[in-house]
Design a protein around this ligand. Structure first.
Ligand SMILES: Nc1ncnc2c1ncn2[C@@H]1O[C@H](COP(=O)(O)OP(=O)(O)O)[C@@H](O)[C@H]1O
Ligand SMILES: [Mg+2]
Length: 229
């Protein structure tokens, strides 16, 4: 049997002398959507960042396709970086406020391939259509788009890299319920098309119950359980 796409073993993160979480085990298979819930301040966001090594965990192992991300050098980590993406509650913080949204979408792929952003955008025409963004919206600045439109732009940016795992940290918490459903629906469609896995972080158990294969719960500094959903 192949290893799970992601296998987190005994992960721990301390701030100062206080553990935010300890002994966290979590697996995610290819194409799976796993929910992560828990009260505000329970450590969900910190866990998400530690899994992707945007922050250094204090102890533990994070296997991606069987290789421990925490033991990887810069070069190897750089190679797997595009596979492992994160989206946040406030997409506006991920876009440069002084640059057109289209540039922000094209930026990571442009950087990795050395292709001009305009050319990258042309190559992404199909993806942009799938996420429902029009050409004229790409020429606007981030503050000129709605929250839902910006989250679509964020999905275009992330999926331009053909990720294998996306950790979405409260991606729809700031959106109206109807827009929330649209964005979650789009994430589902993108999953069906690409086979991506999601770790969906949300305090909203109703949202998680609707879209997740199973839900893990963070309590008392660890991930408590992962029930069948
Ligand atoms: N950079 C940091 N330095 C110190 N403490 C932090 C830092 N980031 C988060 N914390 C603390 O870690 C705990 C977990 O925070 P967080 O992961 O944001 O929780 P959640 O996403 O579940 O609301 C909180 O008590 C928070 O105050
Ligand atoms: Mg959080």
């Amino acid at each position: 049997m192949p290893p799970p796409l992601l296998n987190v073993v005994g992960l721990r993160k301390d701030y100062g002398h206080t553990p935010v979480f300890d002994d966290v085990d979590l697996t995610i298979d290819a194409g799976e959507t796993v929910g992560l819930s828990g009260k505000s301040g329970s450590g969900k966001s910190t866990l998400g960042r530690c899994i992707l090594r945007l922050e250094e965990p204090t102890a533990g192992e994070v296997y991606y396709n069987g290789a421990d991300l925490l033991k990887m050098g810069k070069k190897d980590l750089n190679l797997v970086r595009p596979d492992l993406q994160m989206i946040f509650q406030h997409p506006e913080t991920s876009f440069n406020p002084r640059m057109a949204v289209g540039f922000g979408i094209a930026e990571p792929l442009s950087y990795r391939t050395g292709t001009r952003p305009e050319e990258v955008l042309n190559g992404l025409a199909d993806l942009l259509r799938r996420v429902g963004l029009r050409r004229d919206q790409l020429d606007r600045f981030p503050h000129q788009l709605s929250g839902g439109e910006l989250q679509r732009a964020m999905l275009a940016r992330v999926f331009s890299l053909q990720p294998k795992l996306v950790i979405a940290d409260e991606p729809t918490s700031m959106l109206d319920v109807s827009v929330q459903a649209q964005v979650l629906g789009l994430m589902k469609t993108l999953q069906e098309e690409t086979g991506v896995s999601y770790l969906l972080i949300s305090h909203d158990l109703e949202v998680l119950g609707a879209v997740c294969d199973r839900v893990a719960y963070m309590r008392n500094g660890t991930v408590e359980k992962a029930d069948a959903g």
